[in-house]
Design a protein. Structure first.
Lengths: 247, 924
């Protein structure tokens, strides 16, 4: 049993805009690429050219289809999924060795791989399926919010953000401090009605999702009115009326 | 317990080398991190004009492409029967000697017997130049089965195309409408643009039978029936014209709408009326008299009738105001209710006219008239393969350009903007060159833009010069050639037999051919003499694709991080509307195998063959390798493959070769940009400042202002011929088809696939996911975990009617063939359309994958259902399954029938396991 900090100085996390995520998977492989050579053990792949390849990914994108009950147009929602860095993280409190912890300075939920015994309890405890056991290293892997990028003095300042945010082509991913009401992530959450994922579970996720804007709304504005009754006035009448406008 | 201390500032890598991505055709800038001499991480280059730092799923997985077990290792020579996979490794010298021993006699006796076709390469200015020097007329890249309707319709209409050759004015557009966009070209720029537009509160409309990707985030979606986009577009034009919501000023000044169409019976009927100096003219509204089309101060009268000749605008109004284009008349066919069509027209009008704005940019047009502002129309369009891979695709693409034009939304603030070297009128492009003589180069480039029947590649006896029958009456404007017809025609000996088929990076034995099964047979078929009907096949690729097994000689290429390349203004550059741009690749890591960059090999072959331009007077090789060529080749004096840092390093566009040029590119992140002056940034075809800049930057030798061609005179010339006018006459069986297809005003006709609609009621499409590129993705350890399996997606109507359940397979039949494949349900789909992801299906044994790989077991291609020929009509002719204007492969005309067959073990058809030319991949 591991304790959570009563309060963290910052609440770092992501805002993910479901209105603009096209499901391109860019964040998935940017994450894989960075973390394969970044914090802790590499992200291994099993049977990568075989019949049933499977590997460790800290971020995955799923596509869901939404079919309105009223018979409206069906929609696709692309949904990136990674650790939400919960304030009340059950993956931390369940950890028998203290390997899982939430950092007091910024709230990032991390695994101390040296202390991880690979028991997998945290993955069972996480209701979001955000943790993956690496088959080769036999340690639990999860999103670190690129803790080895965001403070990294070897990177140009503009690159000190998670790899998924830096790469996102549509700009659907935003990184920042939710404890700061003036941060971009706080503002976006306010302006766009950002929501936590399944708040009823009581885990108090830090990350927020911006819901898709309403789509496929019937045209409310008036339709175009014909210049005149072409049948009655004829093509020549239309032409006269049309070109009269040029004067 | 205290928190562990962690290093939050680890060293990232030893070195960053900046080059150009090649995981698709986007050509993004990448930072390749190297640690201990090996690639350790790849990210987007923030300074790069294409991707501005972002990178897609493929680009970020490039590290897996450089280590893929499918990489070819050494040159190979076939030693067993073709297709058996029996190869022996040989040295490069032996490989090149062998190739020369095949090619040299052909050049000396019958150069056309070498057919050289390239796939997805980006070095067509080199490969085309090489083929021209060899003297074969049989050269093209893969545009004929990919994009030529889009390219040609754009060039013939606005002097530039969609695809990556232009883009919306992302900064100012409010409404962005996408038609049938494939998500594999220009994809990062479009994604960046959509993100920006949405952040500004702009609106995206998707018109596509399938709602994935960009269409999933579209604020409004029209699930159109495939092949009817042109009809929808013309109906929108009907609504806009009927309501008077068209930009008359724009039409009268910048398009050929005010030119007069010759109304007199005879050989000139329907051509643009010319004056005594052979110049088109307009009627000036100030005088009612003829005036030069480009005269200063002239105010062209759109509605003029002069001596019985009517303006193009009059013809437009007559056609598009007619009842056949009323929304109510097209709704059923398009699968979109009439009210929705009218709503869309209203939205377009509102964006273009109610939200119109001006930019305070003073500019002077080609007539000499100065304007103190630029009129903005914040509505923009983009379109790709979805609308063009149909047998009505050329006319459909032209219709879409016409829609942009009537809204006054091309090359204006807020609208669609072309990227240098475009805009470029048809007249500034070459015509096709094809006349062949032993031992001689062709007199000019192979591919070009036909102006009339006199430019067709036909011999005196009426037979085609080219093996693919490009530039013939069957497809007069085949500006990209017709790669999909090369193997079938060579096999049929129609129009003649060839000796050596030389292919680069084109997986013709699998996903890049229609009629895949039959093509594999054609490649191994022997004649009565026991010899292969296609006697020799040379293939170059970096990877063990399905095609490799069918070659006699393999020239292994490098991966993209091990090579030099140039992304050139002479070919397909990386320009932006505000800057011409080109870029390079350079070996950021050395190849660890006995492989060579194909372009260097091609230059070596050229030198060994003694081709003009590739040898010194003493017969020695002129270029050491491709890098040497990139720097020192001059296409015209002072104009070479790259525009940056020429001469002493200070010259852009024109200047003598600079030995330090590549070093300067590398210092600058691998690219160069030449910025368009602000006053030249819009209205480019007519903007004197732009025209001057374009000449200075080497695109033109003289200014080339032009009018947009609403009425296409080259098309009308073919229609005239079909009507019996002129000395050069089409065969009788093509007359009726030409009269319809070569209509000089955009028109819609049903796609040829509709012939089978009764028996095969369902449309079948493929599209490419954003995380895969052609067949390459499956060999990538990361990408295949994301998408290792494809399903045939069925709409609710078909799913429920046949009682499909999860885990089922379906038998899918077309007039040509039958496949059995796994299915899945998708509601966000046109009700009469099924689709799947393209090129996920693999042949067992290819790409170093396990025989049991899902790509090979359950993965499938629709290609087996599509023939390169239309079903026989009993007239003894081979009718190509292509657009009748350009010859573009009509992949998306496919009609099928779907039957439920319940759960199955694997997809059908299955083929024998391909013999391995590289070992099966194990760990990463």
């Amino acid at each position: 049993m591991t304790c959570l900090p009563a309060k963290t100085d910052k609440k770092l996390g992501l805002v993910i805009d479901l209105d603009t995520c096209v499901g391109c998977q860019a964040c998935v492989t940017a994450c894989k690429g960075w973390n394969d050579q970044g914090y802790g053990a590499a992200l291994s792949d099993q049977d990568p050219y075989g019949a049933d390849p499977s590997g460790t990914f800290l971020n995955r994108v799923h596509s869901y289809q939404v079919t309105p009950h009223d018979g409206g147009t069906a929609k696709i929602v692309n949904f990136p999924r990674s650790c939400l860095h919960c304030e009340d993280a059950p993956c931390v409190t369940v950890c028998p060795t203290g390997a899982s912890y939430k950092r007091t300075e910024d709230g990032i939920v991390l695994v101390n791989e040296d202390a991880c015994i690979g028991c997998g309890l945290c993955a069972w405890a996480c209701p979001y399926g955000a943790r993956e056991m690496d088959d080769e290293a036999q340690v639990m892997k999860k999103c670190t919010l690129c803790v080895d990028r965001i403070y990294n003095e070897n990177l140009p300042e503009e690159d000190r953000e998670p790899a998924c945010v830096r790469t996102c082509p549509t700009g659907a991913r935003h990184f920042g401090d939710f404890a700061d009401p003036d941060s971009t992530v706080s503002k976006l959450t306010r302006d766009r009605g950002g929501v936590p994922l399944m708040p009823q579970l009581g885990t108090k996720p830090v990350n927020r999702y911006l819901p898709p804007r309403p789509k496929d709304r019937p045209e409310e504005a008036s339709l175009l009115a014909p210049l005149l009754d072409i049948k009655a006035q004829g093509f020549a009448g239309w032409l006269d009326r049309m070109l009269g406008k040029l004067e | 317990m205290g928190q562990p201390k962690i290093d939050t500032s680890p060293k990232v890598s030893d070195e960053i080398r900046k080059t150009t991505c090649y995981m698709c055709a986007c050509r993004c800038g990448i930072n390749v991190h190297l640690t201990s001499g090996k690639v350790s991480y790849i990210e987007g280059n923030r300074d790069h004009p294409v991707n501005k730092g972002v990178l897609c799923a493929k680009g970020a997985s490039g590290i897996m492409q450089v280590t893929a077990p499918s990489r070819l290792q050494t040159p190979l020579r076939r030693v067993g029967p073709r297709g058996s996979g029996a190869f022996e490794p040989i040295s490069w010298d032996a490989a090149l000697d062998l190739a020369v021993s095949w090619m040299k006699p052909l050049r000396e006796t019958a150069p056309e017997k070498l057919a050289f076709f390239t796939g997805r390469d980006q070095s067509q200015s080199l490969t085309g130049w090489w083929a021209q020097a060899f003297g074969t007329p049989n050269y093209a890249a893969h545009g004929g089965f990919c994009s030529v309707n889009m390219a040609a319709a754009g060039i013939y209409t606005i002097g530039g195309a969609f695809w990556e050759f232009g883009q919306p004015d992302w900064k100012h557009t409010n409404l962005f409408v996408l038609f049938g966009v494939a998500e594999d070209h220009d994809s990062n720029p479009i994604k960046i643009g959509i993100g920006k537009l949405k952040a500004r509160g702009g609106k995206v409309i998707g018109i596509n039978p399938i709602r994935t990707g960009y269409n999933a985030v579209a604020d409004d979606w029209y699930g159109i029936t495939p092949g009817t986009d042109g009809l929808l577009v013309l109906s929108l034009i009907h609504c806009l014209m009927e309501a008077g919501k068209i930009d008359l000023d724009y039409l009268s000044r910048w398009t050929n709408a005010p030119l007069l169409v010759n109304g007199a019976e005879g050989p000139e009927k329907g051509l643009i009326l010319k004056n005594a100096e052979s110049q088109p003219f307009v009627i000036d509204r100030r005088t009612g008299m003829p005036a030069p089309w480009d005269g200063q101060g002239v105010q062209p009268d759109l509605g003029a009738v002069w001596q019985g000749h009517r303006t193009v605008f009059q013809h437009m109004a007559e056609r598009y105001l007619s009842d056949e284009y009323r929304p109510e008349a097209v709704a059923d066919r398009c699968g979109i209710p009439a009210a929705r069509i009218r709503g869309l027209a209203a939205e377009l009008a509102r964006a273009a006219f109610d939200q119109a704005f001006t930019l305070p940019i003073t500019w002077t047009d080609f007539r000499g008239d100065t304007h103190d502002q630029m009129q903005g129309r914040p509505v923009s369009f983009h379109a790709m393969r979805g609308i063009s891979a149909h047998s009505n695709g050329f006319q459909t693409a032209r219709a879409l350009h016409l829609l942009q034009i009537v809204l006054g939304a091309v090359e204006v603030p807020g609208g669609y903007r072309l990227k240098p070297p475009y805009p470029k009128p048809v007249e500034a492009h070459p015509t096709p060159h094809f006349v062949t003589a032993p031992g001689k180069p062709l007199s000019g480039p192979h591919l070009g833009y036909v102006r009339g029947p006199e430019n067709l590649a036909l011999k005196e006896d009426g037979t085609p010069w080219r093996i693919d029958k490009a530039f013939t009456w069957e497809n007069p404007f085949s500006a990209h050639g017709m790669m999909h017809m090369v193997i079938p025609n060579a096999h049929a000996g129609d129009p003649y037999r060839i000796d050596t088929l030389f292919l680069y990076m084109a997986n013709m034995a699998w996903n890049s051919s229609m009629n895949t099964t039959k093509v594999m047979e054609m490649l191994t078929d022997k004649g009565p003499d026991g010899e292969y009907i296609i006697p020799r096949i040379i293939y170059s690729d970096a990877y063990a694709s399905e095609m490799v097994a069918y070659a006699d000689l393999i020239l292994p290429d490098t991966t993209y991080l091990e090579r030099h390349d140039c992304i050139s203004l002479l070919d397909r550059p990386i320009s932006e509307p505000d800057a011409a741009g080109d870029s390079i690749r350079w070996p950021v890591v050395e190849a660890d195998r006995d492989v060579r960059g194909f372009q260097s090999v091609l230059l070596d072959l050229g030198a060994r063959l003694g081709l003009p331009g590739m040898v010194n007077p003493d017969g020695s090789a002129k270029f050491k390798d491709y890098a040497d060529y990139i720097v020192n080749h001059q296409r015209r004096p002072g104009v070479g493959p790259l525009i940056g840092w020429r001469g002493d390093g200070t010259k852009t566009g024109r200047g003598e070769p600079n030995p330090d040029q590549l070093a300067r590119y590398i210092e600058n992140g691998g690219f160069h940009q030449a910025h368009v002056p602000e006053e030249a940034s819009y209205m480019k075809p007519w903007n004197a400042a732009y025209q001057e800049w374009a000449v200075a930057t080497s695109f033109f030798e003289t200014p080339q202002p032009y009018l947009f061609n609403i009425w296409s005179e080259p098309m009308r010339r073919f229609q005239l011929a079909a009507e019996g006018q002129g000395f050069i006459q089409p065969p009788d069986h093509l007359r009726e088809r030409l009269k319809v297809a070569m209509d000089p005003l955009p028109v819609w006709y049903p796609a040829y696939g509709e012939d089978g609609a009764e028996e095969y009621p369902v449309h079948a499409l493929t599209q490419r996911p954003m995380d895969m590129y052609h067949s390459w993705g499956s060999q990538n350890a990361w990408l295949r975990q994301i998408r290792g399996k494809n399903f045939l997606y069925l709409p609710t109507k078909i799913w429920t009617a046949a009682g499909f359940v999860d885990g089922d397979y379906a038998r899918v039949s077309s007039p040509h063939g039958e496949i059995t494949v796994p299915v899945a349900h998708m509601a966000a789909l046109n009700a009469d359309t099924v689709w799947t992801w393209n090129a996920i299906g693999k042949r067992k044994g290819a790409w170093a994958l396990d025989e049991g790989a899902p790509e090979a077991k359950e993965g499938f291609l629709l290609n087996h259902l599509i023939s390169e020929l239309l079903p026989a009509r009993g007239d003894g002719r081979r009718w190509s399954n292509s657009d009748p204007v350009t010859g573009q492969a009509a992949w998306f005309d496919l009609r099928v029938r779907i039957e439920r067959v319940g759960p199955q073990e694997k997809a059908q058809p299955q083929f024998d396991t391909l013999p391995r030319v590289v070992p099966k991949g194990e760990g990463r």
